[in-house]
Design a protein around this ligand. Structure first.
Ligand SMILES: NC(=O)c1ccc[n+]([C@@H]2O[C@H](COP(=O)([O-])OP(=O)(O)OC[C@H]3O[C@@H](n4cnc5c(N)ncnc54)[C@H](OP(=O)(O)O)[C@@H]3O)[C@@H](O)[C@H]2O)c1
Length: 327
């Protein structure tokens, strides 16, 4: 069993998945503790995935000196508060997306981590998938020519979930799902220079609660490249991406669970599929990167650096302000 002791804070949907991931990685890290506001929920996840301890409160778990890293899996509005609590208790942190609701809040957490010499990262798992690097390799090889256009979409009809429609929980399509298309653009094209007024245009509709339920965003990079991004929590748009250049196109049929993609050549009409299946459920790659960084004494990962989290939080903050969202 690995020696780095992992704990999970919050025992909802994604916590259960991460628990199974940590159980799968048992030879590399140590699945140690789960905390919930309800001890029954913590026990259920701990027992299912073979964790050593279950706690009925977050505070109790954070007082356990044996814990090295905490995975924060609470609603969006609580990420900053919980990440800071972990740091104050001397724990490294892997925190679910969106890391913070504002860029300033994200900076506050990173400042605290820096001061304490502790690792912190937004759990943007797609950045660690083998496909992310392979797509960049195809672009860099020139196979699709000069990149011109990027498209990414993620929409699921999940507005029945309280967490995604309530502004006080940091709800809305952009923060919950739209962050993935934004991140896809940031990973493969970067973000445009936001000081140019024409860099970003958008349209959104809001729910009665005041959160955005769907939106479309366009980036104009000012160098011939554009990106078109869309998201929804009320329309089942699916999840896919596409990067097109002067000679061809990369098609990503599963934006968040990318285990393969297609490269099409325009001149020849040929296509090839690049396979990159997950070892387990796709969360194993970010966990391995966290464990490696901590073992090497680093406080951030180059795949998802603090600057990327701050930039994404800043863009989402500006968009929500434009749309007059209540969160
Ligand atoms: N990376 C991914 O693929 C992925 C997928 C889904 C969600 N997420 C992210 O993970 C986070 C959690 O999402 P989820 O789908 O797991 O949500 P969820 O099922 O609602 O779980 C959230 C958990 O947070 C805890 N919590 C603490 N204070 C709360 C409060 N005031 N109200 C509600 N819950 C509270 C609860 O756990 P206890 O009561 O047990 O303490 C609850 O079960 C979100 O930030 C979301 O964006 C990421």
């Amino acid at each position: 069993m690995g020696e780095l002791r992992f704990a999970i804070l919050g025992a909802g949907h994604i916590a259960g998945k991460m628990a199974r991931t940590l159980a799968f990685l048992r030879n590399e890290v140590r699945p140690y503790a789960v905390a919930s506001r309800d001890i029954g929920r913590a026990r259920a996840i701990a027992d299912e995935s073979g964790f050593e301890k279950a706690y009925g409160s977050y505070e109790e778990m954070l007082a356990d000196d044996a814990i090295d890293v905490v995975y924060v899996a609470t609603p969006n509005n609580l990420h900053v508060e919980h990440a800071l609590a972990c740091l104050v208790h001397g724990k490294h942190v892997l925190c679910e997306k969106p890391f913070a609701l504002t860029a300033d809040d994200a900076r506050r957490v990173f400042d605290e981590a820096k001061k304490r010499g502790l690792f912190v990262m937004e759990a943007m798992w797609t950045r660690f998938h083998p496909a992310a690097r392979l797509i960049d390799d195809v672009i860099a090889s020139g196979e699709i020519g000069t990149p011109r256009y990027l498209q990414a979409t993620f929409g699921l009809a999940i507005s029945g979930k309280e967490r995604v429609v309530r502004p006080e929980l940091g709800g809305g399509a952009l923060l919950d799902l739209g962050i993935y298309p934004l991140n896809f653009a940031a990973m493969h094209f970067g973000l445009p220079d936001m000081s140019r007024t024409e860099a970003m245009t958008s349209a959104a509709t809001l729910l009665e609660t005041g959160v955005d339920d769907q939106s479309t965003i366009t980036f104009d990079y000012g160098d011939g490249r554009i990106a078109s991004l869309s998201t929804s929590i009320t329309a089942g748009m699916g999840a896919y991406g596409r990067i097109a250049g002067t000679l061809g196109c990369i098609e990503v049929p599963a934006l968040t669970r990318c285990e393969g993609f297609i490269v099409r050549s325009v001149p020849s009409g040929n296509e090839r599929r690049v396979e990159c299946p997950f070892d387990f459920n796709g969360y194993e790659y970010e966990v391995r990167a966290v464990a490696k960084a901590i073992s090497e004494g680093r406080v951030e990962c180059q795949e998802m650096p603090w600057s990327a989290t701050i930039a994404l939080a800043g863009v989402m903050e500006a968009l929500r302000r434009q749309w007059r969202c209540t969160c």
